[in-house]
Design a protein around this ligand. Structure first.
Ligand code: DGL
Length: 270
């Protein structure tokens, strides 16, 4: 890792979802320069094969390396589940931080020995990424994983509240209730899902903890940077996408809580 605090942290996801992680990193490390890449042209990743996702993740990483990043955050659970180890090996000694491990840690801290329900994409569920990560941290925990791909589309559309979002969430959760599994925690195992956090909390039984990996990931980033963290007040933010600048600006801006101009989104080819 370079000690150059002027070098940015690179962050990527399939779309705007990883902005949930970017926001947490920015809150914790406001002086850091950040470059974010949303691979919107190929979203969703969650329904694609591991081979395709691994290739997309490699290409996104290569594009961020062009920005001379000093640390890479894979702000996508699906890409973390599929490709984290391969990416680490490919870019070593550049540090690479995924979101599954921090999500699992946040859940076991919130509910030690608890029953967890992981909402994630089809591929993350198929690979059992959370099941394994939680078993390593807390062997007494129980885990169920539920693919909820439609929630990615709702988040990308900006439909994160109201009857449409609520009925989709209720339909997914009904399958779990019917199987008589009563979770203590619901893990938002996709970085798009924190956008639907309020709806998910409203549809979950009272007392269920809602856990996401953004805050814990930001903590991992901070401890990785240690005393090389940039001290400035407000680092620069560069936003890259592979398609749909206006949609990215609209939904991404809504989420970051600031107005994003379409012209601020650079469209890139991977
Ligand atoms: N936001 C991503 C994740 O955390 C992927 C969503 C998708 O593209 O399917 O898994």
């Amino acid at each position: 890792m370079t000690d150059d605090t002027q070098a940015p942290i690179g962050i990527f996801d399939s779309g705007v979802g990883g902005l949930t992680v970017l926001k947490a990193i920015r809150a914790r490390l406001p002086g850091e320069h950040l470059v974010y890449l949303g691979d919107t042209a190929r979203l969703p990743y969650g329904t694609k094969s591991p081979a395709s996702i691994a290739r997309y993740a490699e290409q996104a990483t290569a594009r961020l390396l062009d920005e001379d990043i000093r640390l890479l955050v894979v702000a996508c659970n699906t890409a973390s589940a599929v490709a984290l180890e391969a990416l680490r090996a490919a870019v070593s000694p550049l540090p690479v931080i995924g979101v599954v491990e921090p999500g699992a840690e946040a859940a076991v801290v919130a509910r030690p020995g608890g029953r967890h329900l992981v909402l994630a994409t089809e591929t993350t569920v198929r690979l059992g990424a959370y099941r394994r990560a939680i078993a390593r941290l807390d062997p007494a925990a129980e885990v169920r994983e539920l693919p909820c791909e439609l929630l990615v589309a709702l988040a990308e559309e900006g439909w994160t509240e109201g009857v449409e979002a609520e009925s989709v969430v209720r339909r997914y959760l009904a399958a779990v209730e019917q199987s008589d599994y009563h979770p203590d925690s619901i893990i938002l195992g996709c970085t798009h899902f924190p956008l639907l956090r309020d709806v998910i909390a409203a549809c979950a039984p009272a007392g269920t903890s809602i856990v996401d990996s953004a805050e814990t990931t930001a903590r991992f980033v901070e401890s990785q940077l240690a005393d090389t963290a940039a001290k400035g007040v407000r680092g620069a933010l560069k936003l890259l996408a592979t398609d749909g600048a206006s949609r990215f600006a609209r939904v991404g801006g809504q989420f970051l809580g600031e107005r994003l101009e379409e012209s601020a989104i650079e469209i890139v080819d991977l």
